[in-house]
Structure formats: structure tokens, C-alpha cells
Ligand binder design. Sequence first.
Ligand SMILES: Nc1ncnc2c1ncn2[C@@H]1O[C@H](COP(=O)(O)OP(=O)(O)O)[C@@H](O)[C@H]1O
Ligand SMILES: [Mg+2]
Length: 334
Amino acid sequence: MTLAVEVKGLRFTYPGGRQALSGVDLEVETGERLAVLGPNGAGKSTLMLHLNGIHTPAAGTIWVGGMELGPSTVGEIRRRVGLVFQDTNDQLFMPTVAEDVAFGPANLGLRGHELEERVEEALARVSAADTAHRAPHHLSGGEKRRVSIATVLAMYPDVLVLDEPAVGLDPAGRRDLITTLAGLDVTQLIVTHDLPLALELCERAVIMDGGRVVAGGPTRRLVSDAHLLGRHSLEMPFEFRLVEEQQARERLLGLVRASRAFYAGDPSPAELEAALTALWVPLAGRVMEAELSAQTEVERAEVRKWSLLVEALQSAAEKAGAVKPGLLARASDG
Ligand SMILES: Nc1ncnc2c1ncn2[C@@H]1O[C@H](COP(=O)(O)OP(=O)(O)O)[C@@H](O)[C@H]1O
Ligand SMILES: [Mg+2]
């Protein structure tokens, strides 16, 4: 199937010499919602501005629905790619909402009844029909965002590109936005710092940093990887931190219980197995890390105690023979 968007080797330097994109590769499947994550200055907005030809790359190629972006196709590609700017003031500038939504299709040549229908339909798709005759600058943040989306939907785009759509919205506005985006039957590229929003809307995400795509995969996997997020100045969503803390606490409790049973001299096979399942791999890893980083005599003594426990668990498990062989194999892999 043709990709909705394909970007290869995209490079761009702003006048003045700032290199904002240093070789972006990106593929967006038709119909998917893809989250684009990354720290400030990563080049996310610059990339979005390339997708409908606002910026011209120094190198690299962009295809939209298989059509290569170039001087002869930029008009058609601007219709196919609907860009929703980060700042709604860049999108809404007419006296009324209806005029703002009519602006694009009127430029395409629509008039009269057909144009009115297009406007009504676009506003209905974002649940903002009641705002048609109001002044954009009187709307709430959430309404402005949804109307901005309508101005783009009125062009019947194939791809909707949204730059930080949730920024500045209150919880109700954010929720309405999520419901709206989830209900739209169009390919979406969503640039966001709001990782829970990304998780809710997008099965897949990429992380940009330093002008390129540095990671990609299922959103759930990316946002639960504290190391990866930390490397790119992103913060794990609260729900995931809670789960991590909970798991760490349980591991610690398990450790205490297992070592008590062990030092009491007679751990049951079940206790040993539980200890190995819960502790062996993380514990062995942690002991290795601690060995490398222990600096004081007290820290080194602590590490020795832990590595004794690891060894003791291992030999007891081997003797007991009660542990599934697979478990030990897995443990020695780690
Ligand atoms: N109009 C501009 N002129 C010069 N440099 C810019 C301009 N816009 C962005 N930059 C620079 O390009 C880099 C990427 O910026 P941007 O695409 O806005 O990143 P993001 O959207 O990921 O925060 C940054 O270093 C930024 O300072
Ligand atoms: Mg930006």
C-alpha cells in the first residue's frame, strides 16, 4: 500500500546557519495516527513545515501519497496535507469562524451552497457547529484548536499534521480534542509533549532529537522506557512512574522476604523460585552496576553482601532442583 507520507534524508538549515534537520527518515502509513515526540529544538516543527512545502529542503525527498513534493506538485500537496499550526492565531484571522473555515475551499473555487455545506460539515466534524458566527478571538482555547482543525478539514486533506495541539488547553478542552482526533477518519501526524495523549491516540510513535528521528516503535513501549525518554529530555507519564515505583517496591519486599527465609536456613522451593523469578535477573544486574560504581568501603561491603546473596540463591536453587531449567537459563543470559 502507498505510504501516506514518506521522508528520506531530509536536511534543512535556517538562514543564519542553524541546522534544524540533519537527515530525517520517516514513514507514515495510510490511516495511522503517528505521534512525533522529542525535546524542544529537535526539529519537529521544522519538519512539519516541510510536509506541505512551506520550507524547501537543502537535501532529501518527501512523498505524499506517492507524489513527490516539488515545484510542480506543491499546490496539490498543500491540499493533501493539512497543517494545524501550534499557534491558533496563525490559522484564524477572519472576522468569523465560518469565514475562516470557508477561506481555503473558497480559494479552491467553491462558492455558494457548496461552500456553505463544506463549512458546516467541517465544523460538525470537530463538534463546533455552534461557533460558526462567532469571532475566533472570543472562543476558548479548546474551541480555537478545534476550529483550526476544521479550517484544514474543509480542504478534504489526506493527512492531518498537528503541531502541539494540546498545549495551553484546560483538561476539558484537551479531552474534547482527544475525542475529536480519535473520531477523524484521516491519517494524522501529531507532534506533542503530552505523552499520555500520544499513548491514547497513537499506536506508534517516533522520537526526534538533534534534527533526526532517533527512535520509533509502539508508543506504549517508548513511553514506558525511562532510559530512552530520559536521554531525550522526555518525562515518563505519571501512570507509568507509579507502576514502575510499585514494581520496584514489590521487588524490594520480595528481596527482603527471600533473604530472611534464606538466612533462616530453610527456604521452601516455592520461596526460592519466587525469589529467583522476581530477583535474580534484576539483582544480578544491580550487583554488577553497584560493583562498578561503589566508591567507599561501606558501599563495597554492601555490594559484597548482595553478591553473596546472589551466589547463595543460585547454588541453593541448583541444589533444590526445584527451579525450572528455563528460569536458570534466562537468569544466566541476563
Ligand atoms: N525561524 C527560525 N530561524 C532560525 N532558527 C530556527 C527557526 N525556527 C527554528 N529554528 C531552530 O531550528 C531548530 C529546530 O527548531 P524547531 O523545528 O522549532 O524544533 P521543535 O519544534 O522540535 O521544538 C532549533 O535549534 C531552533 O532554534
Ligand atoms: Mg515546535
